[in-house]
Design a protein around this ligand. Structure first.
Ligand SMILES: [Zn+2]
Length: 115
């Protein structure tokens, strides 16, 4: 009975491995779900970002994440969008040679902000 009180570390050490294991696993999973916004360069979970693809030099929103090809992630926010356009981040992320037409995407984001 006095053994536990005299030697608390000895009884605690057995359980130490478990919280470390789950902590590491949880961290890896959350990292995989995060994407960087090409506008503000903040990281966010995939569900909070809008996927954007380029179709024939035109940036197209892909809210259902179904369109094929390379995609870029951006917050559905016109400020992030303008930042990304100014930085040519879409050209870099989507490997485009020319500057893409962003008018469709801008209208889409501005429209979704109003509602
Ligand atoms: Zn952003």
């Amino acid at each position: 009975m006095t053994l536990q009180g005299d030697n608390p570390r000895g009884t605690y050490r057995q359980g130490e491995d478990l919280p470390g294991e789950t902590g590491r696993r949880r961290h890896r999973r959350s990292h995989r779900r995060q994407r960087t916004c090409v506008g503000c360069r903040d990281r966010a979970v995939r569900a909070d970002l809008l996927r954007v693809v380029a179709e024939g030099g035109v940036l197209v929103p892909d809210p259902r994440k179904r369109l094929p090809g390379r995609g870029a992630s951006v917050h559905p926010d016109s400020r992030c969008l303008e930042l990304a356009i100014r930085r040519r981040a879409f050209s870099r992320a989507l490997r485009l040679e020319a500057l893409p037409d962003s008018s469709v995407l801008l209208r889409y984001v501005q429209g979704s902000e109003e509602t």
